[in-house]
Design a binder for this molecule. Structure first.
Ligand code: 0O2
Length: 233
């Protein structure tokens, strides 16, 4: 089998109902990969520029680190089926309209307030449109999960066309990210089944980390106040 059509072959194995040729399927997969990877690159650059300028103008670096990922084609189709999209492999346009986290960027910030600073700075840019926002910081999930989810639409300029691509950004503090990563690993290891006691313990850990986040922010403000006092002398 030619390597070029390897992914298409694999997808066809789980979705034999696909009507097009391997070449057409591979073309659609490559198209998604190019578009969404380009959108990730555009946004990562924008975020990095904002963070660098913020450091220059405010002597504080809001972003700790950035991670990004592109959903695999198989998991895009699996999510489409979960979302009730019929025959997703033959309805890729609908899949792209409905699945908003094909491209995902995790923006891990130093302080909780940086989440809002960074998301607002990005949303203020004229070529960025807000598609959806879910604030799990002010209203955590039942599990204790905290994060600010923002789906934006970003233009990607190709050789002969412009495409508007949605990307899901998850803004988290370092503490929120630590909790989410460990909780995800524990869930994954236990195939998603954790006892009531463990779930309660995890929720309490999330609360404890949130308390630390808020105390650290208070400390930062105290330090800034001190700095301002002395800079007036
Ligand atoms: P991945 O690879 O991490 O992205 P969905 O649940 O995705 O069908 P929706 O409305 O987009 O629908 O979900 P939501 O809850 O707004 O966001 C889902 C993503 O948030 C998850 O992505 C996780 O990254 C994260 N998340 C949400 N709840 C939890 C939680 O309780 N624990 C942890 N660790 N992460 C959570 P995916 O789809 O799991 O995959």
């Amino acid at each position: 089998m030619a390597y070029k059509y390897y992914i298409a072959e694999r997808v066809r194995e789980v979705m034999p109902e696909y009507k097009g040729t391997d070449e057409e399927l591979q073309d659609a997969i490559d198209d998604i990969s190019l578009l969404y990877n380009s959108a990730i690159k555009e946004l990562e650059t924008k975020l990095q520029v904002l963070s660098d300028d913020f450091e220059k103008t405010h002597a504080h670096m809001p972003i700790h680190h950035i991670q990004s990922r592109l959903k695999t084609f198989e998991s895009i189709l699996e999510k489409a089926i979960r979302y009730g999209i019929e025959d997703p492999i033959n309805n890729l346009d609908e899949v792209r309209r409905e699945i908003l986290d094909i491209a995902g960027i995790r923006v891990v910030c130093n302080y909780e307030e940086d989440l809002y600073t960074m998301s607002n700075l990005l949303l203020n840019q004229e070529d960025i449109d807000l598609v959806r926002m879910k604030d799990y910081c002010n209203k955590p999930k039942e599990s204790g999960y905290r994060s600010l989810h923002v789906v934006v639409a970003v233009p990607v300029y190709l050789v002969n066309r412009k495409k508007i691509v949605p990307v899901e950004l998850q803004f988290r503090s370092v503490a929120m990210d630590t909790w989410a990563s460990l909780e995800h690993e524990l869930r994954y290891k236990n195939k998603g089944e954790l006892s009531e006691d463990i779930l309660k313990e995890l929720k309490e850990c999330a609360q404890a980390l949130d308390d630390v986040d808020k105390r650290m922010m208070k400390v930062r403000h105290e330090v800034l106040k001190e700095e301002n006092k002395y800079s007036n002398y």
